[in-house]
Design a protein around this ligand. Structure first.
Ligand SMILES: Nc1ncnc2c1ncn2[C@@H]1O[C@H](COP(=O)(O)OP(=O)(O)O)[C@@H](O)[C@H]1O
Ligand SMILES: [Mg+2]
Length: 217
């Protein structure tokens, strides 16, 4: 089982949005996916209730229970666990970072998000966690200096996952139905983006040992 955590101290960066749409894209690509909701706001738990299907289970977990939850999922044959975290430092974010083979740090192309990313990256470096950035909610005119600056900052900090994720209403329309963007509008640009993002993540994860092997090492 591979475990990914979406982390950043900044609220609104897109952790829950990307977690839900990536989960669905991965499901469609053949993974057995489970979402783990560590945020007291319970965004993904509500998303799962709205969805009303068992194909992408959402489990709420506290920091103290996380490892037991992950072990149980692995025993059940889940191949991908995606952990959504609160937008603040604390035990939940720390536990999620420690449990993940790869941490995904979403950031909007704004100074405040980029500064928050640097803090999150420092926390991950201190615990020797692996991480990659995703630039989210980019304006449609991609050549803007603000986006270029974001790309340069995140690349300099240690890697930006492709593609860039643009601000698109599909993400909001899918979320309120309990869907991923690939279900809401399979032929749309947001769906293409999420399928490509999952493909990049999968490639990035391939080099990593599965969780059980990590533990034994
Ligand atoms: N790529 C995107 N395009 C449009 N809206 C987005 C996108 N990503 C996130 N949003 C919106 O931004 C807001 C914050 O996103 P959310 O996923 O809740 O962030 P977080 O979980 O990091 O706090 C939500 O209203 C969500 O619908
Ligand atoms: Mg959230």
């Amino acid at each position: 089982m591979r475990t990914i955590s979406l982390v950043t101290q900044k609220g609104g960066a897109g952790k829950s949005t990307l977690a839900s749409s990536l989960a669905v894209a991965a499901l469609e690509a053949g993974e057995r996916v489970c979402l783990i909701d560590m945020d007291a706001q319970a965004t993904l738990t509500l998303w799962g209730k709205t969805r009303g299907e068992a194909d992408v289970p959402v489990i709420a977990a506290s920091a103290g229970k996380l490892n037991a939850v992950l072990a149980a999922l692995e025993a059940k044959g889940v191949t991908l666990a995606i952990i959504d975290t609160p937008g603040a430092d604390g035990p939940a974010a720390s536990a999620a970072m420690a449990a993940a083979q790869l941490n995904v740090i979403p950031a909007r192309p704004t100074a405040f998000d980029l500064w928050a990313s640097a803090n999150t990256r420092k926390a991950l470096k201190d615990m020797r966690g692996d991480y990659v950035f995703v630039l989210n909610q980019c304006p449609p005119a991609q050549q803007s200096a603000r986006v270029d600056e974001g790309i340069a900052a995140l690349e300099a900090m240690g890697g930006l996952l492709s593609p860039l994720v643009l601000a698109r209403v599909d993400y909001q329309e899918a979320a309120r139905r309990g869907w991923g963007v690939t279900e809401y509008n399979p032929g749309g640009a947001a769906a293409d983006e999420m399928r490509a993002l999952w493909a990049s993540l999968k490639k990035r994860l391939k080099a990593k040992a599965p969780r059980a092997a990590n533990k034994a090492a």
